[in-house]
Design a protein around this ligand. Structure first.
Ligand code: AMP
Ligand code: MG
Length: 413
């Protein structure tokens, strides 16, 4: 196995994002398009509304006609074309969304009328065009209504439906294979025997993949055997767009993942200067990213957050790649690490307009409880002495959507 230089977090993220390229856009059914990124400009092929229509329930009239009461000559309901003409002295009952009958140029709301014996008495006059939505008022034919790279939310989906798009070109959701490794790891249906522990990483990582907007695919648990791990990784590569493994990347005898990846593709880095997560390994095989995350549960989740999630967003066509990085105030003194930058898990509360950070307690990379309830990751530079209460440090807001492109503004400055 090669010896790997330890590289800095920013350099590692650069490498990851250079290799995690947007997937090829494809045609997606509109009903499956929510939260995908649009890969085309969308132009209206029709006017909206396509015909002049009433925006109220009431009576279609000629605005300049001063006769009162007016004779009711028929009904125009939404969804039909009635053979009716409005002439001076007459009106037509009309419902919201119904086409304006020929002759009429305004609608008076039912609230401003009285009806008796086929005659409609109106309180006051209406101006021409009142409560009428003319052709193309909302959207005119040929208009660009959505630009490529936009996120498809409920309103974009609705807009596309209103213009008749049943499919749309979008970046697909990356499919991501997730593999746990280690002879000691057992699945949830087994009672761990002495020396065994339950697989938590695969469940946590698959949940994190889903939350990143990608589709997780389980590869199960691979035991520490070269052939078995090779087969599992191969299965992930043939069925998915990216592969995530956990465990088997540190310096122990049975840390087989790095040599397997070296034999199959290109390992771009094998150690990163962060805590937790130092053995994080990144490779590409057949142009597909492979993230070999450390085995400790917190290490794997923190390195997912810092490296894998941005990569999955980029593969999804997203242009906002990074979570907000904000200055926060320490509510208590917090010990970092003298040798490696530490991503310290904190709970953040907004107090008097600033975020106050409190540690989630012991930061062992095995202790998932240090992650539970954490809505922030402090980015603590190396420092032997504690960061004092009241001092300001940078935190990543874990529960806020990504707001920063890559490279981030704060790194360009
Ligand atoms: P490794 O990197 O394979 O040496 O694993 C480091 C530590 O993480 C060991 O204590 C493993 O037992 C633990 N670990 C590895 N994989 C998992 C997993 N899937 N779920 C929970 N703990 C794990
Ligand atoms: Mg292991």
């Amino acid at each position: 196995m090669r010896d790997y230089d330890i590289i800095e977090v920013d350099a590692a993220l650069d490498i990851v994002l250079q290799h995690a390229l947007p997937l090829t856009p494809r045609s997606v059914a509109l009903s499956e398009a929510l939260d995908l990124v649009l890969a085309q400009d969308v132009f209206a092929q029709e006017d909206l509304p396509p015909f002049p229509c009433s925006s109220k329930d009431g009576f279609a009239v000629i605005a300049a006609d001063t006769s009162n009461p007016r004779r009711l000559v028929g009904e125009q309901m939404a969804g039909y074309i009635a053979d009716l003409h409005v002439t001076p002295g007459t009106c037509v009952r009309i419902t919201t969304g119904a086409p304006l009958p020929p002759g009429a140029d305004a609608v008076i709301m039912v609230e401003y009328t009285q009806e008796a014996q086929g005659l409609i008495t109106m309180q006051g006059q209406v101006r021409a065009g009142a409560d009428v939505r003319p052709i193309g008022q909302d959207i005119t034919r040929g208009q660009r209504v959505l630009e490529a790279a936009r996120n498809l939310g409920p309103q974009e989906v609705g807009l596309l439906a209103s213009l008749g798009y049943s499919t749309v070109m979008a970046y697909p959701r990356p499919r991501v294979a997730v593999l746990s490794t280690g002879d000691e790891i057992v699945d949830l249906d087994a009672q761990p025997r002495p020396g065994q522990i339950r697989d938590s990483n695969r469940y946590a990582l698959m949940a994190a993949v889903r939350r990143a907007g990608a589709e997780p695919v389980s590869l199960g648990i691979g035991s520490d055997r070269q052939d078995e791990l090779t087969d599992k990784i191969e299965e992930g590569l043939t069925t998915c767009d990216a592969v995530i493994t956990s465990g088997g990347v540190s310096m122990g005898e049975l840390d087989l993942i790095k040599p397997i990846l070296e034999g199959r593709g290109q390992v771009h880095f094998g150690r990163v200067n962060l805590k937790p997560g130092k053995p994080l390994t990144f490779a590409t095989v057949d142009n597909k990213p492979v993230f070999a995350l450390p085995g400790f549960p917190v290490s794997s989740l923190v390195s997912f957050e810092v490296f894998v999630r941005p990569a999955l967003r980029r593969m999804s066509g997203q242009t906002l790649i990074l979570r907000p990085h904000v200055p926060v105030t320490l509510a208590e003194s917090i010990q970092g690490d003298a040798w490696r930058p530490e991503f310290h898990r904190v709970s953040l509360t907004r107090e008097n307009g600033t975020y106050m950070a409190r540690s989630t307690g012991m930061q062992s990379s095995a202790r998932l409880l240090s992650m539970v309830g954490a809505n922030g990751l402090l980015v603590l530079p190396t420092q032997a002495t504690p960061f004092q209460a009241g001092s300001t440090v940078t935190a990543i807001l874990l529960e806020q959507p990504e707001t920063e492109p890559y490279p981030p503004h704060w790194r360009q400055a």
